[in-house]
Design a protein around this ligand. Sequence first.
Ligand SMILES: C[S@@+](CC[C@H](N)C(=O)[O-])C[C@H]1O[C@@H](n2cnc3c(N)ncnc32)[C@H](O)[C@@H]1O
Length: 300
Amino acid sequence: MSNSIFAKDGTAQGVAKQRLIETIAGPDKRVINDPYASHFIMGAGLMKLMGHRLNSWLAKKLAPGFHEHIISRTRFLDDLIEKSAEEGVEQYVILGAGYDSRAHRLALPSSLNIFEVDQPEVQSRKLNKLPKELSNSENITYVSVDFAHQSLTERLLNAGFDQTKSTIFTLEGVTQYITKEAFNMTMKEIAMLSREANSIFFLSYVNELLNTNPKDCFGMGYKNPEKKAKLIKNLSAKAGEPWISFYSAEEIESVLSQNGYSIKENVNFEDLNLLYFKSVGRTLPENQIFKLEHFVTAKS
Ligand SMILES: C[S@@+](CC[C@H](N)C(=O)[O-])C[C@H]1O[C@@H](n2cnc3c(N)ncnc32)[C@H](O)[C@@H]1O
């Protein structure tokens, strides 16, 4: 049993916290906008009072580049979801949704059927905290699944998932928290669920080099990479959700191809730094690059 103060939602709050910090930077300085993040975070009022600069400074003290890496992941997925919706994808399954609010904050067509999947404890807290007018949105269905013990297929089909419709599945910031066995099983279920229609699959994973050669997971000149790697893992464990699974690019490619998916893109913050942060004057230098997590897009 975990000693954490969080009820299985420590890391979901942690990511939402970064989205709040980014949002309060203001319209001309921010890379993403999440007006709902503050609903889910302990201490959100104080963070707003402190403002973007002080919060960013504190995040940088903890680990330079950590905040920007999370925000680049959010923006990468925002762009992918908007583009997929424009191209006519019919269903969107958010696996391990946590306090992700894309279903509400992006301008998505109301015809897009969205399924939010997460552990029951996290989902019920999310529904309690969401503004009332949003928690009843007709095109969003909440499906509680614990990937470690429950069948995604049965739950999604019971919730109205249509196997003949094109779908985008996303698994953002989750693979490090579940066993490789649970990840493999989830991939198999996704492959079965989407065998009759086109699908896109996004996942993020933590590079196994973080354990064997942490220096390679940061930019050249990054201070104390071994210490920072340890700190990040310790913080997650303290929140009650230790990082237990790490992958190589080959391993991810193999799991995806065994399940009928081919990789279209595999990027990390190093690739996205200029793309997203230059226009707001916040590009990070090489010695603050945090590239331990990869963002992969694949197609069936
Ligand atoms: C770091 S959070 C990411 C949340 C969200 N995807 C985001 O990026 O804001 C990890 C999420 O994975 C979910 N998760 C972890 N283990 C899980 C499991 N065994 N079954 C279902 N969800 C799980 C957590 O509840 C949490 O919401």
